[in-house]
Design a protein around this ligand. Structure first.
Ligand code: NI
Ligand code: MN
Length: 227
């Protein structure tokens, strides 16, 4: 058994675990990297790391059209619930079992205001344990923080880390993050969406693979990978 991950550019990913479709930070209509429209997708669950517009994205439109349930911190869950979503509020450090696996919210060092200015609580990452016990860490938007070494004690199979700099970790700190998390696989994210976060992911891959045992997968937008 394995899982499939799809990259839609920026911080937006799809996960397929068994028959379940999960979307992480569904940013499509204003995402210049993807050809996919929010109407193309029918997820079972939507996970939202934090309140910023490039992460909440098209979540409201998708939940109003589909049966997708939202997993997020309590503040974002409340905001999405008020817009008609079925929600599962969690908070940092807490985990919950879902049909596709166990989801724990992790710390992220960032902001989280929602698009209308509402308070979005603390930003988060997600540590997802699939049904066959593989752990996938979505860091979300974050700077480097010392607690990443605690996540590194969890035997992480795949880490998704921002490398764009300016709003999040840049390539140097993302390399330090890989050394702390020690995942088998890493996918860089949150870069090249706009000129302000332009990066060379192939150069980063070369550095990471020279200095660590982690395999780097530089994904083109709208492509999938079986892991
Ligand atoms: Ni953000
Ligand atoms: Mn962002």
């Amino acid at each position: 058994m394995s899982y499939q991950i799809t990259y839609y550019g920026h911080g937006t990913f799809g996960l397929k675990i068994n028959e379940y479709q999960i979307l992480i930070d569904p940013f499509f209509s204003e995402n210049p990297s993807t050809q996919i429209k929010p109407g193309d997708l029918n997820p079972d669950f939507i996970l939202i790391t934090h309140g910023h517009g490039d992460h909440v994205g098209d979540a409201v439109e998708i939940v109003n059209r589909t049966a997708a349930k939202v997993i997020a911190n309590a503040e974002i869950a409340k905001w999405m619930g008020d817009k008609g979503a079925e929600v599962f509020p969690q908070h940092i450090g807490g985990g919950h079992d879902y049909p596709f696996g166990y989801v724990k919210l992790t710390q992220a060092v960032h902001g989280s205001a929602l698009p209308d200015g509402s308070y979005g609580g603390m930003p988060a990452g997600f540590l997802i344990t699939t049904l066959d016990k593989k752990k996938i860490y979505f860091a979300g938007d974050t700077g480097l923080f010392a607690g990443m070494s605690l996540i590194g004690e969890e035997d992480v199979h795949l880490a998704v880390l921002p490398i764009g700099d300016n709003y999040t970790m840049g390539p140097d700190d993302a390399l330090r993050a890989v050394k702390m998390i020690q995942p088998q696989h890493v996918i860089p994210a949150h870069y090249n969406t706009w000129p302000l976060i332009a990066q060379d992911p192939e150069a980063w891959k070369e550095r990471v693979e020279k200095e660590t045992d982690t395999a780097v997968h530089v994904m083109q937008a709208d492509t999938s990978l079986d892991l």
